[in-house]
Design a protein around this ligand. Structure first.
Ligand code: HEM
Length: 397
């Protein structure tokens, strides 16, 4: 049996309390002292450097996704993958070929007017006379309404989608387990019925595109279709929501950066990449070693789970230089790993970037100044870097 380097604080990576506070000092200590360390309970390697995360992600032939992508999923075997993220080639390649065309930047561009209308309606309602909770007023409804419209579902049902999405992410919902299960079933039934209806009578929407797409004459099965739609609903909103909440909060905490962004709107693309790096909405994802291999000098045994801590990689001075721990909207280059790296690179990246762009554009007209006006309540989720409440004061023009 090989001896495995254990760091005395490694177990804190799976503790909710870590994420209710500031996990950055923990990441810095792990990167400096034991960048590839074994966490005994439940047993996985934590990889905290940018080079390590990139190396694992870029080698799916050594580190697979099909045996779970979360710490909670270690040891599971799936007869049917819960999402396409839980698949490897060749199944993954087939799924990707089917759905990727719908998410290309050129397709996403076509949605901009519709997304802008959604953003404008929400931004118009934000008060400038008193503090607003950015999360409930903007970050929650916006991506849900966008994804509902994109799926061709009823946009007025976004609050139901919100509940469904919350129960799909471990630790995000406070509801009792049996209520969570019932809601997951409800979501499955709704989306299966929607997909079935679009397959029978296609419309001009993403569900119809996925329901009728074929590869080598093959349609997706009913179960595959529902799996896809659930993933799009969940992946498309928790993440974008927290990019917006955390990113706008970072700007509100730094008035000079907000002023700079308003003065130089062409900095928006860079600002969005920095918001992605800074917030890292998905804290980490997992792989399982298919073979005995090495990460640096560390031997990884076949079957070992490996956690890629994106949130730590994004603060690694070896990749981002001495300013890694500062929020800087002019940062370039910015090789953040917030959308993952390699063959599972986020399918919705162009959409998420466009949503953030539309919001920053609208907000910079609406609010010449932004400041923190009250409570910032963080989520205890170990997977999503979540903010549940952020009271900001918007200064009017
Ligand atoms: C700020 C927003 C977002 C972040 C930070 C984010 C993050 C990620 C990450 C880290 C992965 C990699 C998974 C892996 O390597 O195992 C991923 C994959 C994925 N994302 Fe996103 N995501 C965001 C928005 C979206 C949106 C808007 C959608 C769709 C509407 C979406 C759909 C997906 C899908 C389908 C995959 C799986 C791709 C595959 O397995 O090939 N994401 N995302």
């Amino acid at each position: 049996m090989l001896s495995r380097p254990v760091h005395p604080r490694g177990h804190e990576l799976t503790a909710a309390a870590t994420y209710l506070g500031d996990p950055h000092p923990l990441y810095a200590q792990l990167r400096a002292e034991e960048p590839i360390s074994w966490v005994e309970d439940p047993g996985f390697w934590a990889v905290t450097t940018h080079a390590g995360v990139t190396r694992v992600s870029l080698h799916p032939e050594e580190f697979c996704s099909a045996r779970g992508i979360l710490v909670e999923e270690i040891g599971r075997h799936y007869d049917f993958p819960p999402t396409m993220m839980h698949t490897d080639a060749p199944a993954h390649t087939r799924y990707r070929r089917l759905v990727q065309p719908g998410f290309k930047p050129s397709m996403v561009k076509l949605l901009r007017d519709q997304v802008t209308a959604t953003a404008t309606a929400l931004l118009d309602d934000l008060s400038v006379d008193e503090p607003v909770d950015l999360v409930s007023a903007l970050s929650v409804p916006f991506p849900l309404q966008v994804i509902a419209a994109l799926l061709g579902a009823d946009v007025d049902e976004w609050e139901t989608f919100f509940e469904w999405s919350e129960v799909s992410i471990p630790g995000a919902s406070d509801l009792p387990a049996e209520v969570q299960q019932a809601k997951q079933l409800e979501m499955w039934e709704y989306l299966s019925a929607l997909a079935g209806a679009r397959r029978a009578h296609p419309k001009d929407d993403l569900v119809s595109a996925i329901a009728t797409a074929t590869i080598d004459g093959d349609l997706l099965s009913e179960a595959e279709l529902a799996m896809f739609l659930i993933q799009l609903l969940v992946a498309g909103n928790e993440t974008t929501r927290n990019l917006l909440s955390g990113g706008i909060l970072a700007l509100a905490e730094r008035p000079e950066q907000w002023e700079l962004l308003r003065a130089q709107p062409d900095l928006r693309p860079r600002a969005i990449e920095e918001m992605l790096r800074w917030t890292t909405p998905v804290t980490s994802f997992l792989r399982t070693a298919l073979t005995t291999t090495h990460l640096g000098d560390t031997t990884i045994s076949e079957g070992d789970p490996v956690l890629m801590v994106y949130a730590s990689a994004n603060l690694d001075e070896a990749a981002f230089g001495p300013t890694a721990s500062s929020f800087d909207i002019t940062r370039s280059p910015n090789p953040h790993v917030s959308f993952g790296v390699g063959n599972h690179f986020c399918l919705g990246a162009a959409l998420a970037r466009m949503e953030a762009d539309v919001i920053l554009e609208g907000l910079s007209h609406k609010a010449p100044t932004l400041s923190v006006a009250g409570t910032i309540e963080r989520s205890p989720s170990t997977i999503i870097n979540g903010i549940r409440r952020a009271e900001l004061q918007l200064g009017s023009a």
